[in-house]
Write a new protein. Structure first.
Length: 90
């Protein structure tokens, strides 16, 4: 399995993917037209995350699939973390 070289371009893409994933997670949970909330956004994010992993391994972990998996993971992680915090009463 190959992963991208960790040069300066990798870190720029990593920051971009992290910010995009976090913004998508917040959007899915808080968008008024979707009306999902943190719990449903977390539940729906799980199969999307598994699908991204499956596609990456099925078609080869190329750079586009690698970065897609990072964005999807950050999206799901944002919703999952927000859901856990909201359920804990803090």
């Amino acid at each position: 399995m190959r992963v991208p070289t960790t040069d300066w371009l990798y870190w720029i893409h990593n920051a971009d993917a992290g910010v995009l994933g976090t913004a998508l997670g917040d959007w899915f949970a808080e968008d008024q037209s979707l009306n999902l909330g943190f719990i449903w956004a977390s539940v729906l994010g799980a199969p999307i995350f598994v699908a991204a992993l499956w596609f990456g391994y099925r078609f080869g972990l190329t750079k586009p699939w690698y970065w897609t998996a990072i964005v999807v993971c950050r999206t799901w992680g944002t919703d999952l973390g927000d859901m856990l915090v909201s359920c804990s009463g803090r």
